[in-house]
Design a protein around this ligand. Structure first.
Ligand code: SF4
Length: 457
């Protein structure tokens, strides 16, 4: 694709902390809170004094200092509020906004941050220099939304081990049993479901109740280049289909890319019919391991169904791009080599075809809950994992690198090395008691056996 931004290097040299997203994008939480982006809201994870941030870092604030929420606010008034203006001004001055700590920490440990890949991606589609030139000294920019991340409530058909009732309606009953039984104070703190999502005026019903939001979003459809859907589970949420239909009816679907992070459990025929009218669909299928471990993590999915859905997606037209999105955490990091071997053995035509994810799969890190982050593992376990990966790199070089630039690809071995470097970069093992209690309690609630995945190491 032709580059729109002639000199991204020049922008980066002049504005060292620049990220395209605060100029083109907004992100929602399932209960209507607005965020700079999904990563911004995870930026407090790992900051020692998490409580100070109260999980609100990256959440947009209204001019009165209260969090902006789509139950009582709207898109247009959020776009140039003092919080958004402040972030843009900081970035243009080369400072790191608090909301963006996570990206810069990841970059420092050799991981490819969302800031880097998103800015590179959008530099090929939008003239970023023009956006900077159009920014007022107060940090205001014209109200054009090119890209939105929508979490249309918490309706979901899974209750993954790293998730919570904040994002999955199916989690509610397990949370009740878990929260009442937890003894560890820090763990209990992590598991608070504050006022059942209603704090700061939140409600999971905002997509049904806020008609002004929809009116303003529909007005943005002519500018829109990407609609991104993530949890709850958009494929079972009716408003997701309503928005796709609106884009089709207004004639803009051929200009718009759709992007999903989805559990892929429900893929009705009408979805494929709608997708065929859009410019492109990028479907990131959330799968975290091979077989039983995936069923444990993405509870209560069934591996045979996941494989059947992958086979179905492998038959879709070229305009639909499919990747496996693997969330890396303490439970699966040891088993990722087996997962990759399985994926390569399937010889899919279009699930992460080269060069997507270097032909392997895509990885992102679990930050919340913090006790599932890979930095929590004990040092000797980390060394064992690092050693296993070292041997796996040799296997990959022999089995996956012929006729390709695999060895140099940033999503190949380099990406795996980045995971290991990140894991070794800090010691969070003080959270091990939280992890142990959490897994034990969840096993009691669900009748599962998390120990079976650790016993063989
Ligand atoms: S720097 Fe990172 S956290 Fe901040 S807006 Fe960009 S992608 Fe989001």
């Amino acid at each position: 694709m032709e580059s729109k931004t002639k000199n991204l290097g020049g922008i980066r040299a002049k504005h060292k902390t620049f990220c395209a997203l605060p100029w083109i994008h907004l992100s929602t939480r399932p209960n209507g809170l607005l965020r700079v982006c999904c990563t911004a809201n995870a930026s407090s994870a790992g900051i020692k004094n998490d409580k100070k941030w109260d999980s609100k870092v990256g959440i947009l604030k209204n001019d009165d200092g209260r969090p902006a929420n789509l139950n009582n606010s709207d898109l247009a008034s959020a776009w140039n509020n003092s919080y958004m203006r402040g972030i843009r001004k900081k970035m243009l001055k080369g400072e790191v906004p608090d909301s963006c700590t996570k990206c810069f920490k990841e970059e420092a440990s050799g991981h490819l941050s969302k800031r880097i890949w998103e800015t590179e991606y959008w530099s090929r589609r939008i003239d970023l220099q023009q956006l900077i030139d159009d920014t007022s000294p107060e940090g205001e920019v014209p109200p054009k939304l090119y890209y939105i991340d929508l979490r249309l409530g918490s309706k979901c058909n899974l209750k993954c081990i790293m998730c919570s009732p904040h994002d999955s309606s199916l989690w509610v009953s397990d949370h009740k049993k878990l929260f009442n039984s937890v003894e560890n104070k820090q763990l209990k703190q992590h598991l608070i479901w504050d006022q059942k999502g209603t704090m700061d005026g939140g409600s999971y019903n905002w997509p049904q109740n806020n008609q002004l939001f929809w009116q303003q979003l529909f007005e943005q459809i002519p500018h829109m280049k990407q609609l991104y859907f993530a949890g709850g589970e958009s494929t079972i949420i009716e408003e997701h289909y309503m928005l796709l239909q609106e884009c089709i009816d207004r004639g803009y679907a051929p200009n718009i890319e759709l992007r999903y992070n989805s559990n892929g459990i429900e893929l009705p025929d009408r979805l494929f019919e709608m997708w065929s009218q859009f410019k492109r669909v990028r479907f990131h299928f959330s799968i975290d391991a091979y077989g039983e471990l995936n069923d444990y993590i993405r509870y209560p999915s069934k591996w045979s169904h996941i494989e059947a859905q992958l086979d179905r997606l492998d038959q879709t037209p070229e305009s639909i791009e499919v990747t496996i999105a693997c969330a890396v955490q303490v439970l699966n990091i040891y088993y990722i080599p087996e997962f990759i071997k399985w994926k390569l053995s399937k010889k899919y035509k279009k699930i992460n075809p080269w060069p997507l994810g270097a032909g392997l799969m895509n990885f992102h890190l679990v930050y919340l809950p913090a006790f599932l982050n890979i930095k929590v593992l004990p040092h000797e376990t980390k060394l064992k994992i690092a050693d296993k990966y070292q041997k796996f790199y040799q296997w990959l070089e022999c089995h996956h690198s012929s006729d390709k630039d695999f060895l140099e690809h940033e999503y190949g071995i380099k990406r795996l090395k980045g995971l290991i470097k990140f894991m070794l970069s800090e010691d969070w093992s003080e959270r091990m008691p939280q992890l142990r209690e959490y897994l034990e309690k969840m096993d009691n609630i669900r009748g599962t056996n998390s120990r079976s995945f650790f016993e063989s190491w």
